[in-house]
Design a protein around this ligand. Structure first.
Ligand code: KG4
Ligand code: ZN
Length: 334
């Protein structure tokens, strides 16, 4: 069986094909970052229009990579939310119409669940139940993943997401959107030691719960930057102090959550899972820690195709012909 996966929730158009026997056989992606950079963030209408432009060429690219035709596809999975409503509608309309015309099932996929399962796609040793740290541009959550579709929220950010804080701190220092990755590459321990800066606060570590808060840390960076001489070494020092504070906070809360749940596996997901310092430091935790490869940390069609395959195997498919997407859609049922 082969599942075509379509991701269009934000500023990446991703189309991939996951095969039950061979695994991932195609993965085509187009990132719109350059189109949005001039505006300092994602412009929803531009994103929707670009998905419209790229979706068919990417489908053709994916079919070529997999050396197959539309007739060889058994189901079409698409991101049904959460995300930008117009962008989601492009992928959902395309996926459902194509599935209807091919007379094959369509499968609505939750974007965050797909992020959580991205590591499992590459590493079948990951088995439910597991502890998951979801760190993306829009979310920072600690989740007890019980089984497919069944997730318990242990804690989450009460303000900015980790990726959002990385991007906003980068912006404060004049690094173009989305500056998270560039900020982490700037971080330099030697510059920090020479700067005379004190370590930045580790937010909410004094509280026993699993919640996070990153907006104060971002403001702390703003003040530190305004007081500095704003040259390269000041940026490197602040980037280091900021990144160390975020990573140490995430790692310590994960350590406590492992003890609380008795988890033997910790799965890290979302764009910030690409952060090298986080990847290195999480290995100090007393359980098996899994990360997706860098290409599958940020948005992609492969995680949608893989998650769609899991639901197809359980015969959970869209039965309604209506095209429905959700801008807001909690992963955890309350
Ligand atoms: O999961 P994702 O692609 O999009 C959302 O669904 O939000 O995550 C994007 C986020 C951005 O905030 C980006 O700056 C951040 O992940 N990011 C990083 C790194 N690479 C991407 N943050 C810190 N260090 C990185 N290396
Ligand atoms: Zn995402």
């Amino acid at each position: 069986m082969r599942v075509l996966g379509i991701e269009s929730s934000c500023d990446e158009t991703g189309i991939a094909i996951y095969c039950q026997d061979k695994g991932l056989i195609a993965n085509a992606l187009f990132s719109q970052i350059l189109a949005h950079q001039a505006y300092g963030g994602v412009v929803p209408e531009l994103a929707s229009r670009d998905h419209v432009r790229k979706i068919i060429p990417l489908l053709e690219e994916a079919l070529t990579q997999a050396n197959c035709q539309l007739a060889d596809i058994d189901a079409i999975a698409y991101t049904a939310g959460p995300g930008l409503i117009g962008a989601l509608l492009v992928g959902a309309s395309f996926a459902k119409s194509l599935a209807f015309s091919l007379e094959i099932p369509a499968i609505a996929v939750h974007h965050l669940e797909a992020h959580l399962l991205a590591a499992q796609m590459e590493n079948p040793a990951i088995q439910f139940p597991f502890l998951a740290l979801l760190v993306s541009g829009g979310h920072t959550q600690l989740i007890w993943a019980k089984q497919l579709g069944d997730y318990e929220l242990l804690g989450e950010t009460i303000d900015d997401a980790a990726g959002e804080a990385f991007d906003k701190t980068a912006k404060i220092m004049g690094i173009p959107y989305p500056g998270g990755k560039a900020l982490s590459e700037l971080a330099d321990e030697q510059a920090f030691q020479q700067s005379g800066l004190k370590p930045f606060p580790r937010p909410l570590l004094n509280r026993p719960d699993f919640n996070f808060s990153f907006s104060g840390l971002k403001t702390h960076c703003l003040y530190a930057y305004e007081r500095s001489i704003q040259d390269d070494s000041a940026k490197k020092a602040i980037a280091y102090a900021f990144q160390t504070a975020v990573v140490e906070t995430l790692v310590e809360k994960c350590r406590r959550a492992v003890v609380h749940t008795g988890a033997t596996q910790l799965v890290v997901a979302g764009g910030v899972a690409a952060n090298q310092t986080l990847r290195t430091q999480l290995h100090s935790i007393a359980c098996d820690v899994y990360f997706p490869s860098l290409a599958f940390c940020t948005d992609n069609g492969a995680m949608i195709a893989y998650t769609g395959m899991q639901y197809l195997q359980q015969h959970q498919i869209d039965t309604d012909i209506a095209i429905q997407v959700k801008a807001r859609w909690p992963l955890v049922k309350t």
